[in-house]
Design a protein around this ligand. Sequence first.
Ligand code: AHG
Ligand code: MN
Ligand code: MN
Length: 336
Amino acid sequence: MVNGKIQTLNQFIIERQKEHPYAKGEFSRLMHHVGIAAKIVNREVNKAGLVDLLGDAGEENIQGETQQKLDVYADVHFIDALKSCGEVCGIATEENQHMITFNNALSKDAKYIFLMDPLDGSSNIDVNVSIGTLFSIYKRVTPVGTKAEMQDFLQPGNQQVASGYILYGSSTMLVYTTGNGVNGFTLDPSIGEFCLSHRDIKTPKDGTIYSINEGNYSKFPFGVKSYIKYCQENDAKTKRPYSSRYIGSLVADFHRNFLKGGIFMYPESVSYPTGKLRLLYECNPIAFLAEQAGGLASDGFNRIMDIQPKELHQRIPFYVGSSNMVKKIEQFLKER
Ligand code: AHG
Ligand code: MN
Ligand code: MN
């Protein structure tokens, strides 16, 4: 609410566009279509149990993970929405082995590349626990008017033009950044609009929540094990022991820690030697949001957004959240 008035996502996008006098409205149109796709997916998520949208789709994605029906649904609907908006020349998603490029009459002058995890937290779909969508937007580096190439997709996160997520939770939220702070919008189902509810989000520098799949403890690197023990120690001055919170949906786990202060960790392990989360679809978009709100994102040693991607589906260890907590785990990893 602004001066008691509701500000919708579209009004907000148009207002921001006015701040850039040379902007031609292309990005605004793209974001408008992201909002539409989010509402379509949200509609299906909300009635999934009623319309045979639960369960697996009988296929595996490129990473050998079972695709859920909603994974496929979200993937198809986001791709359709982006195709028809004409502002995107290429898409890569967690569910597709190869990049998708558009070179039709509508998209031939498009300059944006769109990367996404269409449905995050698939294992939580069937049990009515929060899930999400993650996206990351870049400007192409190859000439406009030609077919997008792999180098357009393999840009480091520090080149992101925008990133965000949609959280299908107790309410549905869209949170995004264009590098000028982070703003959150809550879907008001009565008017079918995302409305500004969290202006200029700042994440606390210190937090009291740690989020990690602790069942894998024995498979973690020594530095991570030591940090977990540190989180559990009793020290009133540093508000320890911290609370352990883990949903198993990155978007939901991050969102909670983002607002309350905390750290989310998905280290490399015996089962996932290079980590589980995907640099392009999960880590970079979250890293951009975290940094824009005053937090940090690291692979344990390097800033996530400075890592040069080598392949579309690359996985990486991930530590993100309150700046002092991320610095602390980096210290543990370096020392041990
Ligand atoms: P996705 O559903 O897109 O494959 O992502 C699942 C990810 C992420 O959301 C979550 O943080 C993590 O996997 C959970 O993994 P574990 O079940 O191994 O803890
Ligand atoms: Mn995911
Ligand atoms: Mn996914």
